[in-house]
Design a protein around this ligand. Sequence first.
Ligand code: NDP
Ligand code: 2IT
Length: 448
Amino acid sequence: MTQQKIDPNTFMSQLKERTPGEDAFHQAVSEVIPDLVPVVNDTPEFRDAAILERLVEPDRTITFRVEWRDDHNVPHVNRGHRVQFNAAIGPYKGGLRFEPSVNTSILKFLGFEQTFKNALTGLPMGGGKGGADFDPTGRSEAEIMRFCQSFMVELHRHIGPDVDIPAGDINVGPQEIGWMFGAYRRITNQFEGVLTGKGLSFGGSQLRTEATGYGVVQFLCHMLAEQGDRIDGKTIAISGAGNVATFAAELAIETGGTVVTLSDSKGVIHDKAGLTQDKIDWVRDRKSRAGASLEAYAETFDATWHEGKAPWDIPCDVALPCATQNELGRAGAKSLIDNGCKAIVEGANMPTTADAKQAIHEAGILYAPGKAANAGGVAVSGLEINQNRQRRHQSRAELAEALKAIMQDIHDTCAEAGQGKAGIDYARGAHIAGFRKVAQAMYAAGVG
Ligand code: NDP
Ligand code: 2IT
């Protein structure tokens, strides 16, 4: 029996009723629903198999207690999670985030996005995300290590190279991955590719650290090329000062752009002359100290510091939000547009609010969603999985070529699926192309 056509508003209100209070998750779903409903309504087998209804329900969400002792021997309790969202096209894959704001809603939004993103990479990876409401700010290395070890005491039951392969995300980098990998190995007595983003000496991949930020800039270059334009000479505003932001800055500069901002949770630096590799190295060193702000950049180099501000009031040709969700609101988007910004490419996951997206859409400037533009990181994670399976290391040059090819392919796929009368809608293209692959796999697997 063919199911009735879906009404986007009814679909969203039913979802909200089933998942009260999960605002970030609702936002992530409501971004894609207007683009997916026409596809589902035109594809009777997707409707019959209730693909959309099943797609918004994670396979499982696991929540657990993480207990650890600080340096004064005082015990602490945090809440850890792994959301295994969708495994239709491959084992669950996605990062771990340690931040006080982490909760089920945030991880469901991230796991949902990851499902589309991973499909776009062309690699066999399903979507997942995890983390804990642990705040590493001001904690010693020993404390963070003990937290990672305790986190893995529970997480190890739920992951495996054919089941779920986590990686890093906010506040989880190579150091934390090393501690978690060590804990997994000791608990299970297995040396296997159960995490990506590992160090090179124990199965990590060349270029994984750089891949997300580099991929963002490669995606931007493809978008500009599509318009007959280039990055050379463009003024670029970047938010964030972590993994994604600093490697995006690095490649943007190398390819001829002038990067004038980086930011953190305390404010933004404006460097009119533009960042250089030396300045980026200084930022990395500074930010490697827990809780350190970028403020001292303005005292060290010829730049200004704007306490409590984001980069969006600073004139630029291109904006790359690379910090966190909902960091670019309507006022920021308006300000970027009024100051002549021509392209917004998301390095972070869902950094742009719904209101801001509306303003960007109305202005008709170029826009790329994170699920397409920041997929380079998880793509190289996918290549790390392959290397671990084959017990070999690919060279940096080989991986650089592979990353380039994947980002070109994601661009072209989104451009093709997003082509419309008004030009290319990259978000629509990403939603439709990612969805088709997952939906076909879910359909093929049957219901139940
Ligand atoms: P990092 O922990 O390396 O860096 C995060 C940066 O964002 C820090 O500079 C941090 O500042 C800043 N930040 C965090 N919250 C806020 C806030 N509320 N306002 C302003 N700045 C803030 O994380 P990543 O670079 O790895 O991740 C950044 C984004 O990219 C996230 O959305 C993540 O999900 C996404 N992403 C990451 C990938 C990866 O491979 N790492 C892959 C794809 C997407 P402070 O130091 O002050 O806290
Ligand atoms: O959001 C993301 O794509 C990531 N944090 C990277 C995930 C991964 O498994 O490499």
